[in-house]
Structure formats: C-alpha cells, structure tokens
Design a protein around this ligand. Sequence first.
Ligand code: THU
Length: 133
Amino acid sequence: MELSELKEKAKEVAKNAHAPYSSFRVGSAILTRSGNVYVGCNVENTSYGLTTCAERNAIASAVSTEGKIELECVVVYTPTEKPATPCGVCRQVIQEFNGSDIKVHCCCDSDEVLDTSIKKLLPEAFNLDDFKK
Ligand code: THU
C-alpha cells in the first residue's frame, strides 16, 4: 500500500477518537510485514492515565487479528500544523514488533511530514536481547 493511502487512513480514523478531555484527535495506520493495514485512534478515559494512544490501539488491533506480527511502518496523524512524533510509551511498544528497524511517518494538517524510524526515535531501547538472562 502507498504511503499516501496510509496517511489518508490515519487521518480518517482520527475522526473516531474518543478525546473528550484533550479534544486532540490522533489517528494511526500501520503496515505489517505480511502486507496488512490496521488503524487505531486515541481512546481517553476520565481516569486520565488510562488513555491509550492511537499507535498502540492500531498495534493491539493487528496483534488481535494476526497474532504474531512484524511492523513495516507506522503512520501517525496529529491535528497540528507541524508533525508530532509518537510518545515515549508508544515508541517502546512499536519497537517490540521488529528485530531490525521500523519506519515512522508523522503527518499533520499541513503538507509538512517527518519521516524517521524507531531506531532514531528510541536508540538503545530495552529489548528482547536485554530480557534474555
Ligand atoms: N496521543 C496519541 O494518541 N498518540 C501520540 O503519539 C501522542 C498523544 C493522544 C493521547 C491523548 O489522548 C491526546 O493525544 C493528548 O495527549
């Protein structure tokens, strides 16, 4: 699937966000190595700390459907004039799903984009190799 389509899907799913507290509607579209696309939006909670971000909800959907996944790329849309990158928690969750690297594309309401990768966003991450005793 083309990157432009993934961006459209991320923007579209942001409309479904449950964001009554921040009014900040985020959408994510992810592409798995098996070629499938999953989307997610942020889901807030009146107990604020229970909020889950768009990226993690997209990943939860992919795992729920496919079981074992590897991520090819993650697209995140924020309702901003400049692109915003995934939060620290989402970075850790994204890096769980590929031994090498995962592309991260951040898009927003302007034409500005930020194309990066999980290794750049989360260098020296705690990962499976560290977990092995
Ligand atoms: N949010 C995301 O969904 N993804 C991010 O990468 C950053 C933040 C959400 C969480 C919360 O619902 C709202 O944006 C404001 O922080």
